[in-house]
Design a protein around this ligand. Structure first.
Ligand SMILES: Nc1nc2c(ncn2[C@@H]2O[C@H](COP(=O)(O)OP(=O)(O)OP(=O)(O)O)[C@@H](O)[C@H]2O)c(=O)[nH]1
Ligand SMILES: [Mg+2]
Length: 467
C-alpha cells in the first residue's frame, strides 16, 4: 500500500506508552482498575506502559478532549517517564489527535487504532488479513485530510515543503484518496466472495450438523474451553484476541451424537461500529448457530460490563440479521443461549455464582482449566447434557419400524431415545420411542433406513421429515 506518512505508522510494539483517559459521567469502567483493560490491550500490542493519567469531566473539551491543565500534566508525565507514545482510552477525532499531538509533542493514538494494531498483529489467515486491512483503511481514510493539514503544520511535507494552499500535500492527498478507494473496492469484492463461500459452507454443514458457537469477551476462556471440549488444537493463550478466526471442530456429546463447535474472536467494549461490521464475517457463523455458549469470566472484576457488552453486541448483530433474512424472504430465528460462568475455580466461595445464577437463569458454573474444582464440579457434564438436549431437538413420541439387519440404525435409535416399547415382526424391529426430532433426522441423514409407523398426538417431529 503506497500510503506512507508518519501518522499511518501506528505500530505500538516496543513503544514506551503513557495511558490517558477522560471519564465522563456516562463512562462505564471497572472502578477498581479503570485503566486495566487499556493496559492489557497496550501490553498485548507490545508496548511498555510507563505512566497513566485519568481526568474526570462533565463533558469533553472540544478541541483536545482533555482539559488544558491536565494535558500539561500529561506532557510532564510523558517527559519524566520518557514516553514515546500516548494512548487514549476512547476514540478521538483526527483534529483532536492533531491538537493533542502538538501539545504533547509525541505520537498519540486512540482506542480504535490500538485495537486495529492488535488485530493486524494477530491476523494469520488470508481472510483475517483482508478484514484488518479493510478496517484500517476505513478508519484511516476519513482521517487523511485532517492528518495532512496537521502534518504540514508540524513537520512540513516530507522534504518537499508544504507552502501554499494547494501544496504537494494536497496533491498527494488526491493520489492517496484514489489509491485508497481502489484498494477498498478490491478488498470488499474479495471479502464478499470469501464470505459468500463461507455462508454456503455453513448452510451445507447445517443440514446434518448442529452448530454450536462459543462467544464471549476477550480472555474469557473460549479457546481453552474449545480445546477441552473438542481435544482440538485451537490456539489458546493469555493474550487478548488470541483467536482472530473462527475454528470449528466436531464435539461428541454422548449417545452417539455430535455437534460442530466453533471458537470465535473475543468481544471488546466500545468496538467502533465499522469495526464490528468488518469483523462481522468472523461472527457470521454465530448467527447460523443452533445454540450459543456465552462464556463469561466471573473472576474478572469487570465481568458485569463484559456481559453487557457481549449481550448488547449479539442483540445488535441478530437484529440486523433478522431484518436481512426477512428482506430475503427466509425464515430465521436467533440461536438459543446458555451462559457459562467460567473460571469459577478462581472464586473463594459460591456467593458470586449464586448472584450470577439469579441474574441469568440456567447459567452453568464451569472451569475450563480445572473442571473438577468444587465450585465448578459437574459443570462440563451439565453443559454437555444441555447441548445434547438442544441438539436432539424437541422430544416427541414416535413408533418406528427398522429392518433387524440394520443393527447400526437400531442401536442409534435405542441409544438416542427412551424406548417405551419394543416388538419384533417379520424381520423388523418396531420401536416406540421418545426421541428428539433433530436427532431422528440426523439418524435418517446418516443412512438409517426406518419408517415412521405412528407419530404421537403432537404429530411427528417436524425436522424428522426428510428435506
Ligand atoms: N483459572 C482459570 N483460568 C482460565 C480458565 N479458562 C481460561 N483460563 C485462562 O484464561 C486465559 C485466556 O484464555 P483463552 O481461552 O485464550 O481466552 P479466549 O476467550 O479464547 O480469548 P480471546 O481469543 O482473546 O478472545 C488463558 O491464560 C487461560 O489459561 C479457567 O476456567 N480458570
Ligand atoms: Mg480465543
Amino acid at each position: 500500500m503506497a500510503i506512507n506518512r508518519e501518522r499511518t505508522d501506528l505500530k505500538v510494539s516496543r513503544e514506551r506508552a503513557a495511558l490517558a483517559a477522560v471519564h465522563l459521567p456516562s463512562t462505564r469502567v471497572d472502578e477498581r482498575d479503570p485503566l486495566g483493560e487499556l493496559r492489557a490491550l497496550a501490553e498485548n500490542a507490545g508496548a511498555t506502559v510507563v505512566g497513566e493519567l485519568i481526568q474526570r469531566r462533565d463533558r469533553p473539551e472540544a478541541g483536545t478532549y482533555m482539559g488544558s491543565g491536565k494535558l500539561e500534566e500529561l506532557r510532564r508525565l510523558c517527559e519524566e517517564a520518557r514516553a514515546t507514545l500516548v494512548i487514549f482510552d476512547h476514540d478521538l477525532s483526527p483534529a483532536q489527535i492533531g491538537n493533542i499531538e502538538r501539545r504533547l509533542e509525541r505520537k498519540v493514538i486512540d482506542r480504535s487504532e490500538l485495537i486495529l494494531d492488535i488485530f493486524a498483529g494477530r491476523a494469520t489467515t488470508h481472510e483475517a488479513k483482508l478484514q484488518v486491512e479493510l478496517a484500517q483503511l476505513e478508519y484511516t481514510y476519513p482521517r487523511l485530510r485532517a492528518m495532512w493539514d496537521h502534518l504540514e503544520r508540524i513537520v512540513g511535507v516530507g522534504g518537499v515543503g508544504g507552502i501554499g494552499t494547494r501544496g504537494p500535500g494536497e496533491q498527494q492527498l488526491e493520489v492517496d484518496r484514489r489509491l485508497v478507494q481502489r484498494r477498498r473496492t478490491r478488498l470488499k469484492r474479495e471479502l464478499d466472495a470469501i464470505q459468500a463461500r463461507r455462508a454456503r459452507q455453513v448452510r451445507e454443514r447445517k443440514v446434518d450438523h448442529v452448530l454450536v458457537g462459543l462467544v464471549g469477551y476477550t480472555n474469557a476462556g473460549k479457546s481453552t474451553l474449545f480445546n477441552r471440549l473438542t481435544e482440538g488444537g485451537a490456539y489458546a493463550d493469555d493474550r487478548v484476541f488470541a483467536t482472530l478466526m473462527t475454528r470449528t471442530r466436531q464435539w461428541g456429546v454422548g449417545a452417539g451424537q455430535s455437534v460442530m463447535l466453533s471458537d470465535t474472536v473475543g468481544f471488546v467494549r466500545d468496538l467502533p461500529h465499522h469495526l464490528v461490521a468488518s469483523f462481522k464475517a468472523t461472527l457470521e457463523e454465530t448467527t447460523h448457530a443452533d445454540l450459543l455458549l456465552v462464556v463469561l469470566d466471573v473472576s474478572d472484576p469487570a465481568a458485569s460490563m463484559q456481559h453487557e457488552t457481549v449481550c448488547h453486541t449479539l442483540d445488535t448483530i441478530f437484529e440486523e440479521t433478522a431484518r436481512a433474512e426477512a428482506r430475503a424472504g427466509r425464515s430465521w430465528s436467533p440461536p438459543a443461549r446458555v451462559t457459562l460462568l467460567n473460571k469459577a475455580d478462581r472464586l473463594t466461595d459460591n456467593r458470586e455464582l449464586l448472584m450470577w445464577q439469579s441474574r441469568i437463569p440456567g447459567a452453568i458454573p464451569v472451569s475450563a482449566v480445572n473442571p473438577n474444582h468444587p465450585l465448578a464440579a459437574e459443570g462440563l457434564e451439565r453443559l454437555t447434557e444441555a447441548v445434547r438436549a438442544a441438539a436432539a431437538g424437541p422430544v416427541s413420541e414416535v413408533t418406528l419400524r427398522a429392518p433387524l439387519s440394520d443393527a447400526k440404525t437400531i442401536l442409534a435409535l435405542e441409544s438416542s431415545g427412551e424406548v417405551l416399547d419394543r416388538a419384533y415382526e417379520n424381520g423388523s424391529a418396531v420401536l416406540r420411542l421418545r426421541i428428539g426430532g433433530r436427532r431422528l433426522a440426523q439418524i435418517r441423514a446418516g443412512g438409517g433406513g426406518f419408517e415412521v409407523v405412528e407419530a404421537s398426538a403432537t404429530g411427528a417431529p417436524e425436522s424428522a421429515a426428510p428435506d
